[in-house]
Ligand binder design. Structure first.
Ligand code: NDP
Ligand code: MG
Length: 389
């Protein structure tokens, strides 16, 4: 059998590094790595490209081409830079693509990869939140297979693979509750970026870690689940489960609930997406239930975690409201990281942006989505100035 051709977008990130690790565990010789991408971390990109023997390494930053070329000297690996180079690389024919760029920046390259009909392992949840309907339409048009990598959705996917013909009654997304699960609202108002980044169970990129602290991450995942599994918003529940051992659950019409359990380690989800319908052998922790002792559950507090309510509001409004939520959230996150607004301001700002941009027309294509995303960012930036004042 020939080698499987694969590409990894966002190889310098947390998911990207775990993907490279899984590929090396499974055996690099089984793969031909066509393209890898990064952004600011040129040394990391060149290093990953060499390790994976990639055909082309692309940085999204157009101004860093010379630096990338220099870092790849003697490797025979092609260097490319900028937004259009990234889209061109994403359009090169492969069998499997890891989409692990963070934020709406992942949208255009993931769409380009989808158009080729490749299997898309999707970590970039922003694709489905900002452009769910347009993205899913492109997936079915191109006949591409979509495999969820986000741990909750990968868990649900694994469960539905076992129960292919049974309609889903409810999806129960588990949430760790993040580092501030037990903090009061008053305490949350003053937390720092360093405290928000320190996730209790998962090791992830900084941005998704802060999104876990606000529970915006779970808010995005509710919208993501809706598109991936074709369920109504009312069928999606969220329960706080501080140990992060159950990665999500599916309820069926006979009252049965199937749960997916495992160590909180993204290599499991990535490995399943890479080897599906088979499972790779992985050197991850094996659960010891006696040592765990107990698994706890509690309802999320809507006062301290308003992001979940905003996701419900966005789904109820429909149309481009989730795209507005996402664009405003990315701007609010930047402003919090920059120390311009407080932790609780993030959700307040997103809520105001959604109110200001209520009733925008539906999006028919990616250009419409980009226009709404830009408008959401413009309004959110205005609000940042007001919150910072
Ligand atoms: P990281 O911040 O660790 O990595 C982000 C990647 O995107 C890096 O390769 C980065 O390049 C690249 N990147 C950043 N900005 C741009 C840009 N403007 N254009 C192109 N590339 C860019 O993120 P994670 O790996 O944590 O997350 C990646 C995606 O996966 C996110 O959508 C996240 O929500 C999702 N996800 C992550 C999980 C995790 O465990 N980490 C779990 C579930 C979902 P560079 O570093 O070179 O600047
Ligand atoms: Mg997740």
């Amino acid at each position: 059998m020939g080698k499987r051709r694969i590409s990894i977008f966002g190889v310098t990130g947390s998911i990207g590094a775990n993907t490279a690790a899984v590929i090396e565990t499974v055996g690099l010789d089984a793969f031909e790595v066509v393209a890898v991408s990064g952004n600011a971390n040129i040394a990391g990109l060149a290093d990953a490209a060499r390790r994976l023997r990639a055909g082309v390494a692309v940085t999204a930053d157009a101004g860093r081409l010379d630096e990338l070329r220099a870092a790849l000297t003697g490797s025979g690996i092609e260097a490319a830079a900028g937004a259009s180079a990234l889209i061109e690389a994403a359009g090169r024919p492969v069998d499997w693509v890891m989409s692990a760029i963070v934020g709406a920046a992942g949208l255009a390259p993931t769409m380009a990869a989808a158009r080729t009909g490749a299997t898309i392992a999707l970590a970039n949840k922003e694709c489905l939140v900002a452009a769910g309907t347009v993205f899913m339409a492109e997936m079915s048009r191109s006949g591409a297979t979509l495999l969820p990598v986000d741990s909750e959705h990968n868990a649900i996917f694994q469960l539905t693979c076992a129960e292919r013909d049974c309609p889903i009654e409810r999806l129960i997304l588990t949430a760790s509750g993040g580092p501030f699960r037990d903090r009061s609202r008053a305490e949350m108002a003053g937390v720092t970026v360093a405290q928000a980044v320190a996730h209790p169970n998962w090791s992830m990129g900084d941005r998704i870690s802060i999104d876990s602290a606000t529970m915006f991450n779970k808010a995005l995942e509710m919208i993501e689940a809706r598109h991936l599994f074709g369920v109504e918003p009312e069928q999606i529940e969220v329960v706080v489960h501080p140990q992060s051992i159950i990665h999500s659950m599916v309820g069926f019409r006979d009252g049965s609930i199937l749960a997916h359990l495992g160590p909180p380690d993204m290599r499991v989800a990535i490995g399943y997406a890479l080897c599906w319908p088979e499972r790779p052998e992985l050197p991850v922790e094996r659960l010891d239930f006696a040592a765990l002792g107990r698994l706890d559950f509690e309802a999320p507090d809507p006062e301290r975690f308003p992001a979940l309510g905003l996701a419900r509001a966005a789904m109820a409004r429909g149309g481009v409201a989730p795209c507005v939520l996402n664009g405003a959230r990315e701007v609010a996150l930047d402003a919090f990281i920059a120390g311009r607004i407080g932790f609780l301001d993030m959700a307040a700002l997103v809520e105001q942006a959604m109110e200001r941009l209520d009733g925008l027309p539906e999006a028919n294509d990616l250009d419409d989505i980009f226009a709404v995303d830009a408008e959401a960012r413009r309004v959110a930036l205005e609000l940042v100035k007001r919150f910072a004042a």
